[in-house]
Design a protein around this ligand. Structure first.
Ligand code: NAD
Length: 405
């Protein structure tokens, strides 16, 4: 799928023009010494969303915690046909939030509903693999919360069923619709980074590793089994892959780290990945490091470095893109696409509205969604292998290639 260029034409560096850089590099504003003239966070310069079809996708939503924080009922091309949660209270929450009168007691019952085109799997993470396969086996498209799965066996099964059925599978990775990651994709695609020499992705969530969630699945959760908010900063930007990894873990001293269902001793993990571009990528996933909170990433390309929506331009890019002159920073505004009128953005950097729209529009337009099964697996599998490496004291391990043959 060729990505659309959503960068604005309105705001532009004084000297930098599309013709001088040879690509449509717009939506930029000079920063640093010269100051900004468009605030990050506003994408009011983007073309409004236009409805192109009257078709309605009938979706079933499962999981009334995180699953209740999307905007399916607000999308003009979507109807929430049914909802489900094993827990009565959460099932009621889903019915209320999505204004839906039909419910089932379990995902296993909901997937049999012939009226459904698609199912949203927002169940506990260890069940995702099994639940995605159950949805595909019943002939429905699937959007799943992250991660795609927690075992390699499940990932192979998800890929097998996706390829057997030809149905669409999307992973709802919220980082993909952070304004800076979205911009970094455009910059990479235009060749303005060159190859990524080194990148960093970080997900810090203090105390997430206690006994909460369905069946207490977060209790002593191995950090690298939840890698996608961080791996998205390389895999999501480049569409390239992690090929090998060496990972170390910090031993948690809470009692849960000596006795848990994962046999996991680590509360914080750091991995160094080799990339298919011949570069390096460092991922931190921490549940307990003072002051570390949130998700972010940085990219160091041959030509430019990107951090917090600012592209720091090196001599290489100045030479390659004649006309950039002696500017050394370009600051990007929010260039994410517009949403249907009245639709909310929601949590995680406003990503919930974008993820809702992207999945529905991928079905309407019959195209691969932004984070399709292969991208979702490529963000998930490296963490599973990284945790295996940490358990072997950092032994370097190869990451299997699960892309389409
Ligand atoms: N930024 C993000 O991307 C983000 C943020 C929060 C949560 N999540 C993900 O979303 C998922 C859900 O998170 P949560 O906090 O709501 O988890 P949770 O464990 O609180 O909720 C899972 C729900 O799934 C239900 N469930 C399990 N099996 C079911 C079945 N067979 N049929 C019907 N219902 C079933 C449970 O009853 C429970 O209510 C997790 O995988 C989590 O990783 C992602």
């Amino acid at each position: 799928m060729k990505r659309k260029d959503y960068l604005s034409r309105r705001i532009f560096l004084n000297k930098l023009t599309a013709s001088t850089v040879g690509v449509a590099v717009t939506g930029l504003t000079a920063s640093g010494r010269s100051g900004n003239n468009l605030s990050i966070g506003s994408n009011s310069h983007i073309e409004p969303w236009k409805q192109t079809s009257d078709r309605k996708i009938r979706i079933g939503i499962v999981g009334g915690g995180f699953g209740a924080s999307f905007f399916w009922h607000q999308h003009p091309n979507c109807i929430v046909e049914a909802v489900s949660d094993l827990q009565e209270e959460r099932k009621n929450t889903l019915m209320e939030v999505y204004q839906c009168g039909k419910s089932y007691n379990s995902l296993e019952e909901l997937v049999k509903d012939d009226k459904l085109d698609a199912v949203g799997v927002f169940t506990d993470a260890p069940s995702h693999g099994r639940h995605i396969v159950e949805v595909l086996k019943h002939g429905k498209h699937c959007i799943t919360a992250v991660p795609m799965s927690m075992t390699m066996e499940d990932l192979y099964l998800v890929r097998e069923w996706k390829e057997k059925t030809g149905l669409k599978v999307m992973m709802a990775e919220t980082s993909m619709y952070h304004s800076e990651l979205y911009n970094a994709r455009s910059i990479y695609e235009k060749g303005m980074f060159g190859k990524i020499v080194y990148s960093e992705g970080e997900y810090y969530h203090p105390h997430v590793d206690t006994a909460w969630g369905y069946n207490q699945w977060r209790n002593a959760l191995p950090p690298m089994l939840y890698p996608t908010h961080a791996t998205a900063y390389y895999v999501g930007v480049t569409g390239k892959r992690y090929t090998s990894v060496s990972c170390l873990g910090f031993r948690g001293d809470a009692p849960r780290y000596s006795n848990n269902s994962y046999n996991n001793p680590f509360s914080n993990e750091t991995a160094l990945f080799e990339t298919s571009e011949g570069g390096m990528s460092r991922i931190n996933i921490f549940w307990g490091a003072e002051g570390a909170h949130g998700e972010t990433g940085r990219l160091f390309g041959e030509l430019g470095r990107f951090d917090k929506n600012v592209l720091h331009i090196g001599k290489g890019i100045q030479a390659k893109y004649e006309g950039i002159g002696d500017r050394n920073e370009i600051e990007y505004p929010d260039n994410r696409p517009a949403l249907p009128e009245g639709m909310n953005l929601g949590g995680h950097g406003g990503s919930h509205g974008y993820l809702t729209n992207e999945f529905i529009m991928a079905l309407i337009e019959d195209r691969a969604p932004l984070i399709d099964v292969y991208e979702g697996i490529a963000m998930t599998a490296p963490g599973i292998i990284a945790h295996q490496s940490a358990l072997k004291n950092g032994e370097r391990l190869l990451i299997p290639d699960l892309d389409r043959e």
